[in-house]
Write a protein that binds this ligand. Structure first.
Ligand SMILES: Nc1ncnc2c1ncn2[C@@H]1O[C@H](COP(=O)(O)OP(=O)(O)O)[C@@H](O)[C@H]1O
Ligand SMILES: [Mg+2]
Length: 217
């Protein structure tokens, strides 16, 4: 078993406006979790806090492995990643964009190539590997962002509205990628959507964020 994430009594306000109000949740199995909620309820805020990119005002965010709480150090950060609804793109090829995190981590050239090829295969972008990333369609761009995250084999993968700005064809591909990740069972996927039908297609583990609290749906 990989990482367990335990969110306990987490509070967060912006400019005195309460967003998360003492919410708790435990992600304890591999597979796909879907967080739903209206616009502005705090889904993205919650994901950033879970992904250790932003600090909560109060409460605890604990990653555990074999029952031991792990320090929030670089080793842990490398096991966790967040993909935003609009990913950052470098003015380079798809290959180079997907390889980015691997190069940062000092992987050898061959290992980089193997992992990039596997990741672009997974999202159906293998034929586009040499294309300048800035010329991809928005759906393909989003798939590239997922490939970039997958290349580093994260144990916790947070996807913030992964199909929000894409057409139906790309949405279907992205949904298939997520379902396949769930089946493989090596990565815990936590994603947000405001599309209830999509949530139902992706998982049975549904959650709703409302009035600053998460509840199972
Ligand atoms: N860094 C920030 N500074 C000030 N307000 C923020 C910040 N991040 C988010 N907010 C506000 O917090 C609320 C929740 O935002 P968000 O987490 O993006 O919701 P959701 O993803 O559910 O649409 C919104 O009103 C948003 O404007
Ligand atoms: Mg959001």
């Amino acid at each position: 078993m990989g990482l367990q994430l335990r969110i306990s009594d987490v509070w967060k306000s912006y400019d005195g406006c309460p967003i998360l109000q003492g919410t708790s949740f435990t992600f304890d199995a591999s597979g796909v979790y879907v967080l739903m909620g209206d616009n502005g309820t705090g889904k993205s805020t919650f994901l950033r806090i879970c992904a250790l990119l932003e600090k909560q005002d109060r409460g605890t965010v604990s990653y555990l492995s074999d029952g031991q709480v792990l320090p929030h150090d670089i080793a842990l950060r490398r096991r966790v990643t967040l993909v935003l609804p609009k990913i950052g793109i470098f003015n380079k090829t798809v290959f180079d964009n997907v390889a980015y995190g691997l190069k940062l981590r000092g992987f050898e050239k061959e290992a980089v190539r193997d992992r990039v090829e596997k990741a672009v295969d997974f999202v159906g972008l293998r034929p586009k590997m040499k294309q300048p990333a800035l010329t991809l369609s928005s759906g393909e761009t989003q798939r590239m962002g997922i490939a970039r995250a997958l290349a580093i084999n994260p144990e916790m993968l947070f996807l913030d509205e992964p199909a929000a700005f894409v057409d139906v064809k790309n949405r279907d591909i992205i949904e298939e990628v997520i379902v396949n990740l769930g089946r493989e069972g090596e990565t815990t996927v936590v994603l947000t959507t405001h599309d209830r039908a999509q949530a139902g297609r992706l998982s049975e583990r549904l959650m709703v964020l409302e009035n600053g609290l998460i509840r199972a749906d």
